[in-house]
Design a protein around this ligand. Structure first.
Ligand SMILES: NC(=O)c1ccc[n+]([C@@H]2O[C@H](COP(=O)([O-])OP(=O)(O)OC[C@H]3O[C@@H](n4cnc5c(N)ncnc54)[C@H](OP(=O)(O)O)[C@@H]3O)[C@@H](O)[C@H]2O)c1
Length: 278
């Protein structure tokens, strides 16, 4: 029986690469995002494309109802959509902080609520939440983004215990630095909110770091994360967490063993060396 998968944020980056990988692996793939025009290539590759805006409840309900009507089952939900809202906490309007949570946390949680009945009915399923190494470590000027990723880490641990009795797995995937549209969006927000404030010097340095990181050899292509997700879906007992690509394991190792202030110093050194080169 062909397994059905829903992946959000499939119009670019990790989501697009994962949709391509899973359709090649033989899954029936539903790929969702706001920019349908950006998913015509996926359609041509045999992926089912759905419109989805995670800030719009009706759109989330519609996406899940479409799958329920067409297939009556969902084997895996891959919550991948998200963006990085950067800028100094003092500068970013709370309205934008709320929007960041709406997309990265509440939209993800709403999809889980709506997909769980389909999984419980068959006493099987896998929920993959794409967080980030940013769900465990910190950097300046990324407080709203990191807050959402820390939130999804905790939410996923609670959920794993709740749904295990129904035969449903919850997997957290923590990418490191991955070459996608993510960093351009984060950089644009950072400079928009803090490029002309008391934080301008920090913001410009951090923006140079993000730009330089994009071309660094440490950054991995999104196919690396797609491969990790495919492996987690194949596993009969998946790990609870997979750190993958772009220095993820090294950075999480340092975060685990360094004190808070020693890690602050490490992040400042990385920022300085990359920003200098950028
Ligand atoms: N790139 C990295 O270095 C990195 C590292 C760690 C974690 N991550 C995480 O990986 C995930 C995928 O990011 P990416 O790197 O592949 O970035 P990306 O290329 O910018 O892709 C982000 C996707 O999210 C979708 N999205 C954004 N806002 C949305 C909304 N309101 N409703 C529905 N979909 C929305 C976008 O589609 P539309 O705009 O068409 O809706 C797009 O398909 C994110 O959760 C990100 O935080 C990325």
């Amino acid at each position: 029986m062909t397994k059905t998968v829903l992946i959000t944020g499939a119009s670019s980056g990790i989501g697009e690469a994962t949709a391509r990988r899973l359709v090649a692996d033989g899954y029936k793939v539903y790929a969702a995002a706001r920019r349908l025009d950006r998913m015509s290539g996926l359609s041509a590759a045999g992926v089912q494309v759905l419109p989805l805006d995670l800030t719009d409840d009706a759109s989330i309900i519609q996406a899940v109802e479409t799958i329920a009507q067409r297939d009556g089952r969902l084997d895996a939900l891959i919550n991948n959509a998200g963006y990085g809202s950067y800028g100094a906490l003092e500068d970013v309007p709370l309205e934008e902080g709320r929007r960041q949570f709406e997309v990265n946390v509440f939209g993800l949680a709403r999809l889980i609520q709506l997909c769980l009945p389909l999984m419980r009915a068959r006493r099987a399923g896998t929920i993959v939440n794409i967080t980030s190494i940013g769900g465990k470590m910190h950097e300046p000027l990324g407080s709203w983004y990191h807050a959402t990723k820390f939130a999804v880490e905790g939410l996923s641990d609670c959920l794993r215990m709740e749904v295990a009795p129904f035969g449903i797995d919850v997997v957290v995937v923590e990418p490191g630095a991955i070459r996608t549209e993510w960093s351009g969006i984060a950089r644009e927000a950072l400079l928009r909110y803090s490029g002309g404030t008391a934080y301008a010097e920090q913001a410009n340095r951090h923006a140079r770091m993000l730009a330089a990181a994009d071309t660094s050899s440490m950054v991995s292509p999104p196919e690396v994360v797609a491969g990790t997700i495919a492996r987690a879906l194949r596993a009969s007992r998946p790990r609870t967490r997979y750190a993958t690509g772009g220095g993820a394991r090294m950075i999480l190792f340092l975060r685990r063993w360094l004190s808070d202030r020693a890690f602050d110093g490490f992040m400042r050194r990385i920022e300085k060396s990359l920003a200098g080169a950028g």
